[in-house]
Design a protein around this ligand. Structure first.
Ligand SMILES: [Zn+2]
Ligand SMILES: [Zn+2]
Length: 155
């Protein structure tokens, strides 16, 4: 199998599995690798289809759901709940570097990189709390929807 995962990421998962008494199976690492190779946010079904269709990798949905939970628990994956969509996931190493703007009308999601926002959040000290990661969502209207609604006099 091609390995595009960094050793650091791989080891983090291996350590977590070991410390918590889970077996280090080939399936679990294949799921981690696929999750880290996804270009965009994904839901579990998309990941399942991708592994099956493109890699011919047969895994049970139970294993997939269970492994995704482990990856969230050891903070290699971030879970997003964008509006009414099924939960979406993305690699922690990507999620750390952007925030999301979400159109409440069409559901479009855009990623915005802004070091000022990032630093402001990361440097924020919160008493009696140790921050580990963050997700920031800004809700509103995308320009397409705003234009369409204005034309229909709904805005
Ligand atoms: Zn994102
Ligand atoms: Zn929109």
């Amino acid at each position: 199998m091609e390995t595009t995962l960094s050793a650091e990421i791989r080891n983090q998962f291996a350590d977590y599995l070991l410390r918590n008494g889970f077996r280090q199976t080939q399936e679990r690492f294949a799921i981690l690798e696929q999750a880290y190779n996804m270009e965009e946010h994904f839901d579990v079904e998309t990941l399942y289809k991708k592994m099956l269709d493109e890699k011919g990798f047969h895994i049970s949905r139970a294993t997939l759901y269970n492994t995704i939970e482990l990856l969230v628990a050891c903070r290699l994956l971030v879970r997003h709940q964008f509006g009414t969509l099924a939960a979406q996931y993305e690699a922690r190493t990507k999620a750390d570097k952007h925030f999301h703007v979400i159109c409440t009308h069409c559901g479009a999601i855009r990623e915005i990189k802004d070091d000022n926002v990032r630093n402001a959040v990361l440097n924020k000290r919160i008493t009696k709390f140790t921050a580990e990661y963050y997700s920031l969502y800004i809700f509103g209207l995308c320009s397409k929807c705003k234009y369409a609604l204005k034309r229909k006099n709904q805005l």
